[in-house]
Design a protein around this ligand. Structure first.
Ligand SMILES: NC(=O)c1ccc[n+]([C@@H]2O[C@H](COP(=O)([O-])OP(=O)(O)OC[C@H]3O[C@@H](n4cnc5c(N)ncnc54)[C@H](O)[C@@H]3O)[C@@H](O)[C@H]2O)c1
Length: 365
């Protein structure tokens, strides 16, 4: 369904945008321009079979339009998979605003953007992403109701994301060690920001032996003192003796270099895009006997939190939905073992299978 289509009949040179959309079956792209405010944006709706396409708006100083287009196509497709595997009735979408987030922001620009979001009539629901602040989204919300994560609404998603990451980590432990207890397990957490600190809190409660690193010294010291964690160097984290590596800062930290050094048997963290090259490093971790918890399934607490806001559900509901990440990850790992296919591929398949199945529910009787 989401496979690369045979696009021989589309002349790539003459029609590159639609050809790119057809590659992964994107439904709709909305190019937004407004000379008065300087707004240049692209909204991508990848798939709405499960429900309205939800995904954040990113503001980034893209080098060119092609880079922005590639990013929005890739990110919106990623949201379809994340929302599907999490059992949410949401499709996948994303928006990018092209520009410098430090110098180009204005109320008018975001309100104009809000008007474009509104023009899609609820097919796309937006939220904060990289380069966007709560005040920016408040401006967007003056022109459309299709915004989530506003101040005073569902709130900081990090506790929910951390909880999902924690229970998913336990599911990996169950498969790898025969018990889901993390007591005494050596866990290395890279990045103790919003999500990382909540994760450390849960790990400390359970009696794990925790190692942490972060570029921000004051945070690092405070978290180490508060939870009795051992501080390790930014690069040293890849070399220490550990059972579990939990990347909670950057993407692409699972790569040729780190894989030759990491001594863990589980990789489970909240960071997005942990595998530098999905096809290469997803298989390499499996061949090394490491269980890799696919990031988009493990860190879905954030989008679960947004969904609770869309549906008017309680924070308790969001936490209990995030508990289901245990079963999701467990099923992914079991299927990966039985089919001898990397976990990230299994997660993709499971997300696609749900969309195909639910698509049938929507057919008229
Ligand atoms: N916040 C959420 O609910 C959520 C949801 C899904 C995914 N994520 C992903 O999880 C990760 C963490 O999110 P967050 O909200 O905690 O972000 P954050 O910015 O609050 O925390 C990231 C932390 O990583 C540290 N850091 C940056 N570069 C580092 C490096 N090279 N080495 C070590 N530490 C470094 C930062 O100093 C910061 O303390 C991000 O990749 C984010 O995209 C977050």
């Amino acid at each position: 369904m989401f496979e690369v289509k045979n696009i021989e009949d589309v002349n790539l040179a003459e029609n590159p945008v639609i050809a790119q959309m057809s590659k992964y079956n994107h439904e709709q792209l909305l190019f937004c321009n407004d000379n008065e405010t300087g707004l240049k944006a692209i909204i991508a709706v990848h798939n709405t079979v499960l429900g309205p396409a939800l995904g954040g708006t990113r503001m980034w100083h893209y080098q060119n339009e092609t880079e922005a287009l590639n990013d929005v196509l890739r990110l919106s497709r990623g949201m379809t998979y994340k929302n599907s595997i999490s059992g949410l009735n949401l499709g996948g979408g994303k928006a990018v605003i092209i520009g410098d987030s430090r110098s180009m922001k204005s109320e008018a620009l975001f309100r104009r953007f809000g008007k474009f979001v509104n023009s899609l009539g609820g097919k796309y629901i937006t939220a904060e992403d990289v380069g966007i602040s709560p005040i920016d989204m408040t401006w967007v919300s003056m022109e459309t109701n299709h915004v989530v994560g506003l101040p005073g609404k569902s709130g900081d998603p990090s506790p929910v994301t951390a909880h999902g990451t924690y229970v998913g980590m336990k599911a990996c432990a169950k498969e790898q060690f025969g018990s889901d207890s993390l007591k005494g397990k050596k866990v290395a957490v890279q990045g103790v920001g919003h999500v990382g600190e909540y994760l450390v809190q849960s790990l400390a409660k359970e009696g794990a032996e925790i190692f942490i690193t972060d570029i921000h010294e004051p945070t690092l010291k405070r978290v180490a003192n508060e939870y009795g964690a051992t501080v390790v160097g930014l690069d040293e984290i890849y070399d220490i003796e550990m059972d579990i590596y939990a990347p909670c800062a950057l993407g692409a930290t699972v790569n040729d270099d780190t894989l030759s050094r990491l001594k863990c048997s589980i990789i489970a963290g909240a960071a997005n895009n942990q595998l530098q090259q999905e096809d290469v490093h997803g298989r390499a971790v499996m061949e090394k006997g490491i269980i890799y918890a696919p990031d988009f399934a493990l860190n879905a607490g954030g989008v679960i939190n947004c969904y609770s806001e869309v549906k008017g559900l309680s924070p308790d509901w969001a936490m209990s939905k995030a508990e289901e990440i245990y079963t999701t990850i467990h099923n992914i790992v079991k299927r990966s073992n039985s089919e001898n296919v990397p976990t990230y591929q299994i997660a993709n398949k499971m997300a696609e299978e749900r969309i195909v199945a639910m698509g049938k529910v929507k057919l008229p009787l």
